[in-house]
Design a protein around this ligand. Structure first.
Ligand SMILES: Cc1ncc(COP(=O)(O)O)c(C=O)c1O
Length: 426
């Protein structure tokens, strides 16, 4: 690990040894994650530090939650000011707070007019915590739209989703996952979802019935193998949704907020959906915060007083972080940075791939890059890369996922490329 940078003085949360932490998790935690043997003591910018002060380059960025880098100074300061200033705690939703009002307005204006065919009413925002909660909000919206606007009998609404999707882990959402592991034994599952191959417009067309109310799509699939759909797919979905009066909702929890080199991944095809879901990096990765954004007309049709709610959804600390993170996104031009750096990084990875006997394909946009390996076992390479100071994970087993914080600099990219070459060209 000679090329890993080492820092000599740092203070984390506790002085408990790594071995103690492994044992505590083993004894007291649910075993629902496969972890690497690495206890992170500090995270700053693109670097993660272990007990001994060894630093690892974060090429995962918490699956896009750390787009602005870990502990971005401006976002951290905003959160600390809120805590010190006594305007951070959850207050219940019977009162107004200025962080919520300000955050809602920033988030609504951050997106283009959603569902423009329903009129220029502006956007409205429903805030939640983890991303999957906002996916549920989007599902409720599509179903209610089907019931109220299209006259579909309540309980018979259908939503089209895509094979290989990942939208989170609630019962309803795993009900339409393609992964058996996510749902086996957790039944009864939620009905009302029809899954078709990602990228296949003909199959979407065939799946539409009089009960279809919406289409839920990741513009690019993160967990499904870093999949970029064929050009024209999103435009085709847009046309179908318009023709059939369906809501087209984009889940941009992983690929939004600059990750693919655009503010929203749907911009790559020049479309505007009827609603968008954001999470992860929306709070700078410091506190859970997600939103569903749609045309005000649709939001007001679907949600009325008492029809939805969440204790922590839109609570002051999260909103303060959200306002700060959206400002950092604009001020630091994170989408533009991801586009420029991602282009260079992908070109260099493609050069490495040409020399490698292991690489099957390189795909991606911006700093959302997948390296599919011929053996189908990307984890082997991820483990080797960890030994060389990179934190990477696989996507769908067969693909090495490269998605570093969007603030990554040239020196850090050079370090990443050197280690990728060492492992892929042996
Ligand atoms: C595209 C997408 N949707 C939804 C989710 C679920 O978000 P969360 O884990 O915050 O509930 C994820 C998480 O990885 C995701 O990548």
């Amino acid at each position: 690990m000679t090329s890993m940078r080492k820092i000599h003085s740092f203070k984390g949360f506790s002085s408990a040894a790594d071995k103690t932490i492994f044992n505590l998790e083993e004894d007291y935690g649910a075993h629902h994650y496969e972890r690497i043997d690495f206890v992170v003591r500090q995270a700053k910018g693109c670097w993660l530090t272990d007990e001994k002060g060894n630093r690892y380059l974060d090429c995962l960025a918490a699956y896009s939650a750390a787009n602005s880098g870990h502990h971005h100074p401006a976002i951290t300061r905003a959160v600390m000011d809120a805590l010190k200033g006594n305007y951070a705690s959850v207050l219940s939703n019977v009162v107004y707070t200025d962080p919520l009002g300000l955050f809602l307005s920033r988030a609504a204006l951050f997106a283009p007019q959603m569902a423009p065919r329903f009129g220029a009413h502006g956007n409205k925002v429903l805030p939640k915590n983890g991303g999957v909660e906002s996916v549920e909000t989007a599902i409720k919206t599509m179903r209610y739209f089907g019931f109220k606007h299209k006259g579909i009998e309540d309980g018979r609404q259908e939503i089209i989703v895509f094979d290989g999707n990942f939208h989170g882990r609630t019962i309803s959402v795993v009900s339409f996952s393609s992964s058996k592991k996510y749902k086996q034994g957790f039944g009864p599952l939620t009905p009302g979802f029809v899954s078709v191959p990602f990228g296949d417009l003909e199959q979407v067309k065939k799946a539409i019935t009089p009960h279809t109310c919406g289409i839920l799509v990741e513009p690019m699939q993160g967990e499904g193998g870093m999949n970029i759909p064929p050009d024209g797919f999103l435009r085709g979905l847009r046309r179908l949704a318009d023709d059939q009066d369906l809501l087209l909702i984009c889940d941009e929890i992983q690929v939004g907020l600059g990750r693919t080199g655009k503010k929203f991944a749907f911009e790559h095809e020049g479309i505007v959906p009827d609603g968008v879901i954001l999470g992860k990096a929306l709070s700078g990765g410091l506190v859970p915060l997600s939103v569903f954004i749609t045309n005000a007309k649709i939001m007001d049709m679907v949600f009325s007083k008492g029809s939805d709610g969440s204790t922590f959804g839109g609570y002051p600390l999260a909103c303060v972080a959200g306002v700060a993170a959206l400002k950092v996104f604009e001020d630091e031009k994170l989408a533009e940075k991801a586009a420029e750096k991602g282009k260079r990084l992908k070109e260099k990875i493609e050069q490495i791939a040409k020399k490698s006997v292991h690489v099957k394909a390189v795909r991606g946009k911006g700093l959302f890059i997948g390296i599919e390996v011929k053996s189908g076992d990307a984890k082997v390479f991820c483990r080797k890369l960890f030994k060389l100071g990179l934190i990477v994970n696989d996507s769908h087993g067969h693909t090495i996922r490269i998605s570093p914080p969007l603030i990554i600099n040239d020196h850090e990219m050079a370090f990443m490329l050197k280690q990728l070459e060492a492992v892929l060209v042996d």
